[in-house]
Design a protein around this ligand. Sequence first.
Ligand SMILES: [Zn+2]
Length: 256
Amino acid sequence: MANESKLINIYRRATRQLETTVRRADPRKPIILIRKVIMGDINKIAADLERETKNWLVVEIPQEYKKGSQQAVDDAGKLGLTFDKTGFGQVHKEAIQALTEDAYLDFASGIEGVRRAGRGFVSDIVKKKINERIVSGQLEGKALDNVKREVKQLVEDTGFTALVDRGGKHWAIDSYAEMLVRTHVIKANGEGTRNRLLSNRVDLVEISTHATACPICQPYEGRVYSLTGKSEGYDKAPELPIHPNCRHSYMPYIED
Ligand SMILES: [Zn+2]
């Protein structure tokens, strides 16, 4: 397990900061100033997230890949196989780099979603401000309280959406980051195993079996697959993770 909670906590803290930024907006200020203050704060939080995410990924993704690779060597040893290729040559370095960059792009699009959500909040605040002024004539006392209460409610209801997925689900930035970190850690681990096996000419793998099998993975458990899809009589192995939080892995398999 990589140090996942560290990155997840960074996103949780950022979520609270983002919400506070919007709630604290002063609707009495000129529109241009509201936008400047909110977007300034949000851009700073987003830039921090980008930097901290990158710092985390460049350490943890290579480590996880190496763990997966070592697991392949260990599992092969148990089957009586000795791998001659166990180093981290150029091809592994490139694989690690690609995994790290792919992971970063996923996080970056989530962070871009945060900036977009921030712009959405600004325009909502401005609309509410204008509405209240049209109705009440001025923005003080009860009218001001109304706007502030509505903004607070808006933050609670909507939150900072990182992305809307194909099923229409709105992912809050912190739960989105949590899903991403888990997915990319498992993916890096699985790729480490996969590439290590393939570089030692092992194409057949068994999908690990766990006591707590989820319904999605049950059909795969304990079954043998071909990593490349080129071994006759075997289906192509599923990509790991099979679903977010999936703990299934590839184990080398030798035919009798
Ligand atoms: Zn699973």
